[in-house]
Design a protein around this ligand. Structure first.
Ligand SMILES: Nc1ccn([C@@H]2O[C@H](COP(=O)(O)O)[C@@H](O)[C@H]2O)c(=O)n1
Ligand SMILES: [Mg+2]
Length: 319
């Protein structure tokens, strides 16, 4: 675990200015007092009330590699498979170059983007239809990218497992690739659940994606099945860290009760200047070109430290 707390303030209340990970230049907050309030709620609530909801592409994976190498999205991993029809790669690349700029356009309102995102995911599903396909192809390509996870991801997921904190990976990408990367990187622990777009097969032939379609801007309770484990969790796990790289990711825990305490962490990389205001309004903490899990790990370390103190105090008082 990290050791980011400089000292424990008198009275046990934590202050943002005493947490080095939060006072770095690239760590921005619109409202530090609100961040401080949420941190103290999360810390005093302890791991038993915590859950994590995280995006996958460019949140669990890096936004850039140190050597300049590209990090493919979960869809791109699928698109690179050798057995796909001849025109598949060219057609999906065409879609990417049309719709990706719309997805990350800092000026277009989300309400306008939604229609384009539905088009993108629909056309991708149509292209992924009518031919046989074997999951082992995704596994082969995903094995090359298991090292593209943010620095500290293994430690973060190990901490979450040790503290028994349910972790939802909520991705508008391709679930088959997401699961494959997480599994091969050894972070798909039993406390981790993936909700995403999974390939659908009919009579041994690929038939697009399973429903409901999850795109960049509907990652909220509308696509989380009421019967899913997530719905059961929110009533007991009302302290939540939400992490994402897209503005739409901030709504991933929007179905939880109003009394919940949610810390929203946004990883900003594209069009930093143009996006800054919107990200600051949307996320509690905005991390600019940060390719690590340092900030979420620091929050967990603070929660665990207080938890250990509470356990120790309870042990002493029972003697
Ligand atoms: N056909 C598509 C559709 C989407 N993408 C990218 O996938 C990303 C979504 O995944 P998250 O884990 O971040 O929710 C999204 O950013 C799109 O750019 C794609 O590559 N191909
Ligand atoms: Mg993403």
């Amino acid at each position: 675990m990290g050791c980011d707390e400089k000292r424990e303030p008198a009275g046990g209340r934590l202050r943002v200015q005493d947490i080095p990970a939060l006072i770095q230049d690239h760590c921005r907050m619109r409202n530090p007092a609100k961040v401080e309030r949420i941190i103290n709620e999360l810390v005093f609530g302890g791991p038993e009330r915590m859950q994590i909801v995280s995006d996958f592409d460019y949140t669990i994976t890096k936004q850039r590699m140190e050597d300049g190498g590209a990090v493919p999205s979960s869809f791109e991993i699928f698109n690179s498979c050798q057995s796909l029809p001849k025109n598949f790669k060219a057609e999906t690349d065409k879609l990417y170059h049309k719709y990706r700029p719309i997805e990350i356009d800092p000026h277009m309102p989300i309400a306008v983007k939604v229609k384009y995102m539905i088009e993108w995911w629909t056309k991708s599903g149509e292209l992924a239809s009518g031919f046989p396909f074997d999951q082992s192809e995704i596994d082969q390509i995903a094995s090359k990218y298991k090292h593209a996870l943010r620095d500290g991801t293994h430690e973060f997921f190990a901490d979450l497992q040790r503290l028994n904190i349910p972790t939802l990976v909520f991705s508008a990408g391709l679930g088959n690739s997401v699961v494959s990367v997480l599994r091969q990187a050894n972070v798909l622990h039993p406390n981790v659940k993936v909700v995403s777009n999974f390939l659908q097969f009919r009579d041994g032939v690929l038939d697009g994606f399973q429903q409901p379609m999850i795109h960049t801007f509907n990652k909220n309770e509308t696509v989380l099945n009421e019967s899913s484990e997530y719905y059961d969790l929110v009533h007991t796990r009302d302290h939540i860290i939400v992490m994402g790289d897209s503005i739409g990711d901030a709504d991933m825990a929007s179905g939880v009760p109003a009394s919940s305490h949610i810390m929203k962490i946004g990883f900003l990389f594209h069009h930093v200047e143009a996006n800054m205001e919107k990200y600051m309004d949307t996320f509690d903490i905005v991390l600019v070109d940060d390719q690590t899990m340092d900030v979420p790990r620091t929050l967990l370390a603070l929660i665990e430290k207080q938890h250990k103190l509470n356990m120790e105090a309870a042990k002493q008082s029972s003697l």
